[in-house]
Ligand binder design. Sequence first.
Ligand SMILES: *[C@@H]1O[C@H](CO)[C@@H](O)[C@H](O)[C@H]1NC(C)=O
Ligand SMILES: *[C@@H]1O[C@H](CO)[C@@H](O)[C@H](O)[C@H]1NC(C)=O
Ligand SMILES: *[C@@H]1O[C@H](CO)[C@@H](O)[C@H](O)[C@H]1NC(C)=O
Ligand SMILES: *[C@@H]1O[C@H](CO)[C@@H](O)[C@H](O)[C@H]1NC(C)=O
Ligand SMILES: *[C@@H]1O[C@H](CO)[C@@H](O)[C@H](O)[C@H]1NC(C)=O
Length: 489
Amino acid sequence: MSKKATFLPMNLSLAPFLLVLLYHLLSCVAVHGVQEKKILSLHNNIWSPRKSYEAPSSCFSHNLGKGRESSTTLKMKHRELCSGKTIDWGKKLRRALTLDNLRVQSLQLRIKAMSSTTTESISEAQIPLTSGMTLQTLNYIVTVDLGGRNMTLIVDTGSDLTWVQCQPCKSCYNQEGPLYDPSVSSSYKTVFCNSSTCQDLVAATGNSGLCGGDNGVDKTTCDYVVSYGDGSYTRGNLGSESIQLGDTKVESFVFGCGRSNKGLFGGASGLMGLGRSSVSLVSQTLKNFNGVFSYCLPSLEDGASGSLSFGEDSSVYKNTTSVSYTPLVQNPQLSSFYVLNLTGASIGGVDLESSSFGGGILIDSGTVITRLPPSIYKAVKTEFLKQFSGFPSAPSYSILDTCFNLTSYEDVSIPTIKMIFQGNAELEVDVTGVFYFVKPDASLVCLALASLSYENDVGILGNYQQKNQRVIYDTKQEKLGIAGENCSF
Ligand SMILES: *[C@@H]1O[C@H](CO)[C@@H](O)[C@H](O)[C@H]1NC(C)=O
Ligand SMILES: *[C@@H]1O[C@H](CO)[C@@H](O)[C@H](O)[C@H]1NC(C)=O
Ligand SMILES: *[C@@H]1O[C@H](CO)[C@@H](O)[C@H](O)[C@H]1NC(C)=O
Ligand SMILES: *[C@@H]1O[C@H](CO)[C@@H](O)[C@H](O)[C@H]1NC(C)=O
Ligand SMILES: *[C@@H]1O[C@H](CO)[C@@H](O)[C@H](O)[C@H]1NC(C)=O
């Protein structure tokens, strides 16, 4: 299969294991009669007790990316693989579900607040103020050069302001590598609180910029606060600095110099905001990249790297199927999100029926499990159980209610899941995106999709189902492209 050729192992200690996994994943893809199925190997995951896997001591700041004139590509890693510690996978995988649920609850509250017709301002205590939300579940990181120093940032399409932890710091969490220090950078400039950038902050963060005076910085600075649904926050002042994304240098990039930051950011220096408001990295680099970026999210079980690309040069994509496009839905009430129109779905080649198709669904790099309106979820579950029959069932876990005990199986043949978007754009969920391993020994493996509480809640396309796809955000032409890709860098 030609698929093999595009998949380049990046870490020698992983190579033998990857080859075995590859063999299993790729050589076994098959179509049986009418029902389309794929083979999943249950005990070749990084977290399987039957495998020995050693986490790399670090994957920070090794590769700053590559590019050409109008485009650039950054290496993207799964954050879990960078801790350098022995990982208790069972605990990690289960905790991730709890956190994911918090993020989604916060997103739904925020959406309800934005869609409510009252013009009354929303109390800070009740409503999470921005979309970044529970950052613990934001799993993908890239390294960029900010003012001459390498910074590792969590990638988030659901929020706007890019920030890093900054010296002097009042309260910072532990990060790998030194904090950014504006006092030793000749290209750092303060953003004043009388500037329009400062005034625009309210759209990006839910909080208006304030004239500073905290932490020994003078009163003309623009202070920002980004608070998240779970109690995490970053607080500091806006600055501008040159940022280098791969080969492309962008001068006077506005970012948050975080003097007080709290949350489980996993050793990262900060966060890269790829949302839609004027302060987001996408908007600030419009001249360089024309509002286009794309990513390939690697699957954790492969231990592979993915990539984050800026610009329109499609020759950097390693797509294995052709790119299909769907319009980005214009919804003024969800203006800071990327929204798609989910028009259908199929399980093992069987099309599903639901009156809830044709509604908007957010695409988010920070939510893990895809959430579907109850009627669509029910149709998916019913057809999946019909085709994936004869396997011992297991109790529900957290938000996941279609579970199996598969310990005694080596490989299972699972129905393919496809989601169809307006314009017939198609996402075929990767074989690693169908089941979530609640227990690493496969004794509790669940369909990695969940139901929303209410039919009119807004669906979310999570990162688990976006793995091994090239997802292209074109904010200029208001469209999103999807193609299959085996992520590599
Ligand atoms: C940043 O990373 C690049 C690529 O690995 C390396 O060449 C460079 O020395 C690093 N810069 C600093 C300041 O550490
Ligand atoms: C904003 O404040 C700075 C610092 O006090 C000042 O130098 C600048 O002239 C002001 N700009 C405007 C547009 O008022
Ligand atoms: C990748 O996508 C482009 C654009 O749709 C297409 O022309 C090309 O054939 C695709 N590559 C593969 C291997 O399908
Ligand atoms: C989604 O697409 C369908 C079919 O093209 C259309 O009827 C419907 O109005 C669209 N929904 C939204 C939210 O744009
Ligand atoms: C799962 O199945 C295996 C054998 O099929 C059995 O030994 C084990 O007890 C089951 N585990 C759970 C948690 O039910």
